[in-house]
Design a binder for this molecule. Structure first.
Ligand code: ADP
Ligand code: MG
Length: 454
């Protein structure tokens, strides 16, 4: 393969992975050689090599095959003789003052922008989120650090980011002296990689260790990304040692995050761990009512029949983002056509959302999700092997099929490689038993159910 061909492939990859990913991961890759079915690429750091291999290896292999290359494997190496890349000329010694400010502008860790709507007074509190809300408010007082870190977790669209922004707003107002930094785990990693690439790790470390409150959103993102985890761990420890407040969010409990180092898990569990439960009907209705109040100002002429909000709270799933989106669309639509919001108009305007939330969960979907969750092949889940590694996930899947679909036991048995209905019944019972004895299984079931119903 020629360099030109690789250049063309990179352009092709740009379309698939997007500009940001391209800049960070694909652009730095240089083609080295192709021999014996192994394509070797050069990368500037091991970290980039590992990341690319894990996340884009298959994609690159696939693209190579598409342009007719016979390649079985791709590898990414840091060339032994990599000349120290001339990073930006440093003027530190020549003119320390001037260069410092110029330099630090680039590495300056401006946090992610805060959403003006994500404040405490716009956060509707109900049973499912009252604990998380109380903990967040406590931390936002900016008093002495009592629990560190505060770890918030819960499914998609349940208000984790909203609460974190609310804490940041509140702290900015109450304690303008504090240096509060909010960012997503993805941004943390991105900055880390940039610092590595630009050989500015010292600046990076210094900046992160100088904040008073660090908030990292969606920390599950760094699972499996080893060097980022390592750096995160050190940053975390340094801040905890200085008694600085840390607030973390994730889509699941610390112990449930796969490929996260044990020492990080246990550190994350040291403070206060609170979860946001899926919304219930009352909370959904409360959120809709609050939202409608803000819309009234925007669309004063709009009329709405009784019972519409109740209908939506009943019919739309637990994800608040979807719920809000539905209401926004409904109001925009009604005001466009200049009609009263009736039940008919609602069903018309939101037919896709409503259909999606009454969507039936299929046996195949359950099997696929469960196999994924336990990291086994679908064929092993359905196949005849009876070892525990396959048998337990199989029973979990059977149990969920019984719970979440209307299929009968014989029907379920048939979908599991033609097993007898008594086998299914045994599996379902076994999981029912385990559910009350084994916290791990109970958590697994909860996670799977949530993700299937999402
Ligand atoms: P997550 O980060 O958990 O995925 P977000 O915080 O982004 O979820 O919330 C999704 C949307 O739902 C946001 O617009 C947020 O304002 C809204 N939302 C979630 N929970 C509440 C709540 N209790 N009250 C008001 N709005 C909420
Ligand atoms: Mg979020």
């Amino acid at each position: 393969m020629t360099q030109e061909q690789w250049g063309a492939l990179q352009q092709d990859l740009l379309k698939t992975v997007g500009q940001n990913n391209y800049k960070t991961w694909i652009e730095p890759i240089e083609f080295s050689e192709l021999s014996d079915g192994v394509a070797t690429f050069h990368v500037p750091t091991n970290f980039i090599g590992n990341y690319v291999s894990q996340n884009y290896g298959d994609l690159i292999l696939h693209k190579l095959a598409k342009v007719g290359k016979t390649v079985q494997r791709v590898t990414f190496k840091v060339p032994a003789n990599l000349s120290v890349r001339p990073s930006k000329p440093s003027m530190k010694t020549a003119a320390p003052k001037a260069s410092k400010s110029e330099d630090s502008r680039e590495t300056e860790i401006a946090g992610a922008p805060l959403d003006a709507r994500f404040t405490f007074d716009r956060f509707v509190v109900g049973k499912p989120n009252e604990l998380a809300n109380a903990a967040a408010r406590r931390v936002a007082e900016g008093g002495p650090v009592t629990f560190n870190p505060l770890f918030l977790y819960g499914g998609v669209g349940l208000g984790k980011t909203h609460l974190m922004h609310a804490i940041a707003w509140e702290l900015q107002a109450r304690r303008p002296d504090l240096n509060v930094l909010y960012l997503s785990a993805e941004q943390f990693m991105y900055r880390f990689v940039q610092a590595l690439r630009d050989r500015r790790m010292m600046d990076f470390k210094e900046l992160f260790r100088s904040v008073d409150v660090l908030m990292v959103d969606d920390v599950q993102f760094i699972a499996g990304k080893d060097s980022t985890q390592e750096e995160f761990f050190h940053t975390f420890n340094a801040l905890v040692d200085q008694n600085k407040q840390i607030i973390i969010s994730a889509d699941r409990a610390p112990g449930e995050i796969k490929d996260l180092e044990d020492r990080i898990k246990s550190r994350l569990q040291c403070g206060l761990v609170v979860d946001l439960h899926p919304t219930d009907y009352e909370l959904r209705l409360g959120i809709l009512q609050a939202k409608v109040d803000t819309y009234r100002a925007q669309y004063p002429e709009l009329q709405m029949q009784d019972g519409i909000l109740e209908f939506l709270a009943h019919r739309i799933s637990t994800n608040v983002r979807v719920l809000e989106g539905a209401l926004t669309r409904l109001f925009a639509f009604a005001s466009l056509v200049g009609r009263e919001i009736t039940m008919e108009l609602t069903q018309d305007c939101l037919s896709d959302v409503l259909r999606a939330s009454e969507r039936k969960i299929s046996v195949e979907e359950i099997q696929r999700k469960v196999a994924d969750h336990y990291n086994i092949r679908l064929s092993d889940m359905i196949g005849p092997k009876r070892v525990r590694t396959f048998a337990r996930p199989r029973q979990v899947a059977m149990y969920l099929c019984k719970q979440l679909t209307s299929r009968s036991l014989p029907e379920i048995g048939r979908r599991f490689g033609g097993r007898d209905h008594t086998t299914v019944m045994h599996g379902v019972r076994r999981i029912e038993e385990l559910r009350s004895q084994d916290g791990q299984i109970a958590e697994d079931l909860e996670l799977l159910r949530r993700s299937l119903e999402a």
